[in-house]
Design a binder for this molecule. Structure first.
Ligand code: GAL
Length: 401
């Protein structure tokens, strides 16, 4: 009896320790493109192939983007054996051929499903078909699964996501699992064992600070979402990311707002999933999305979510500790008027318990690099950063040794 008890305890502990997730697939925040924000249900094989082509030709692949993710509405039903069927009108060559095409460009392929009976757009969900769907995805060559939370009724969230995670693991093909239950069940507390990223909020909208009330749910401008991230800092890190949602850069905001949105997503160390029509973006939007120095801040191997270090109603100063005791500073003018900054580096100390950072800026003479201006601004010693920041815009600085 005693032996059986010890054996059961051992089994229980090992099932917790040896989680069934493919480890190491997202050591830095995933980067890619997702169809939903711009195209919603208007997805097709032609569109997705075009996006893959442009991801390469626009320099996005070279800048680090790799996943092409088809969101909701690719699926139309199930056959008599329960196999999921892609919409044959929109995806006439099938998903395997599309995955092969994406892979031939050196990119990775992502799909969307839902833990409930139906997806949010009313297509078939994976409930009851988890193992079968995971096998299908593996056969097609899927590398990334965004798994949503519509029509889940009284389902238990950790158990539902664990079920799909186990199914993926059993199917044998490494797949990044993107948990998308909008932060309803605090996925930051259980998601790291099961998936690689989890949405922290409901859906983003392409505006600066609006709130769109749909009755039972809201959509939020990116600054509203930004304000919801702070309390989650300690949960962010390599292979398990707080996901502040796909970006709205290039979807109709001003260029300052696009730049600020992108910069803050870099500071948060959150996934960088473009959500615009990359085949028809302006040069300015392309330059934002492909700025390698900004991306390097997002992709810093330490994976520390930046902190709002100092702020007033008008101006926020964000800091992100980077590897090698380097730092990124983002000065964000939240107001509708230009704001002056006079920032004397030597006066400041960056102390952060979560990342165990304690840096006195007067002790190291850092090189100052203005990332959007692409200019070196000397060093920090006895120096003051003087700038006027236009409304809703940012100045992004990297301090390097
Ligand atoms: C939402 C999700 C969106 C998008 C949409 C598709 O639940 O948050 O990002 O995937 O469903 O119907």
């Amino acid at each position: 009896m005693k032996k059986l008890f010890i054996f059961s305890i051992g089994l229980f502990i090992s099932s917790i320790i040896f989680s069934q997730k493919f480890e190491g697939l997202a050591l830095t925040p995933p980067m890619g493109w997702n169809s939903w924000n711009k195209f919603a249900c208007d997805v097709s094989e032609d569109l997705i192939k075009k996006m893959a082509d442009v991801m390469v030709s626009s320099g996005m692949k070279d800048a680090g983007y790799k996943y092409i993710v088809i969101d909701d509405c690719w699926q139309i039903g199930r056959d008599s054996s329960g196999n999921i069927i892609p919409d044959p009108k929109r995806f006439p060559s099938g998903m395997k051929a599309l995955a092969d095409y994406i892979h031939s460009k050196g990119l990775k392929f992502g799909l969307y499903s839902d833990a409930g009976m139906k997806t949010c757009a009313g297509r078939p969900g994976s409930r009851g078909y988890e193992y079968q769907d995971a096998r299908t995805y593996a056969n097609w060559g899927v590398d990334y699964l965004k798994y949503d939370w519509c029509s889940t009724g009284t389902q238990n969230a950790p158990a539902s996501y664990k079920l799909m995670s186990d199914a993926i693991y059993k199917a044998g093909r490494p797949v990044v699992l993107s948990i998308c239950e909008w932060g309803n069940n605090e996925p930051w507390k259980w998601g790291a064992e099961i998936g690689h990223l989890w949405r922290t909020t409901g859906d983003i909208y392409h505006c600066y600070d609006c709130i769109l009330n749909h009755g039972t749910w809201n959509q939020w401008g990116w600054t509203v979402i930004l304000d919801m991230q702070h309390k989650l800092r300690k949960y962010n890190g390599p292979d398990h990311w707080n996901d502040a949602d796909m970006m709205e850069v290039g979807n109709g905001m001003s260029i300052a707002e696009d730049r600020a949105h992108f910069t803050l997503w870099c500071m948060l160390a959150t996934p960088l999933m473009a959500g615009n029509d990359i085949a028809n973006m302006t040069n300015e939007v392309q330059e934002i999305l492909t700025n390698k120095e900004a991306i390097a801040i997002n992709q810093d191997p330490k994976g520390i979510q930046g902190l709002r270090y100092l702020y007033t109603d008008n101006l926020e100063i964000w800091v992100k500790p980077l590897q090698n005791d380097e730092l990124a500073f983002c000065f964000f003018n939240r107001s509708d008027e230009p704001q002056d900054i006079n920032f004397k580096w030597d006066k400041y100390r960056v102390e952060d318990g979560i990342s165990k950072t304690d840096i006195y800026l007067n002790k190291t003479n850092y090189k100052v690099r203005d990332i959007w201006a692409m200019k070196d601004l000397g060093t920090t010693k006895n120096a003051t950063l003087k700038k006027t920041i236009p409304p809703h815009d940012v100045v992004l600085i990297r301090l390097s040794k």
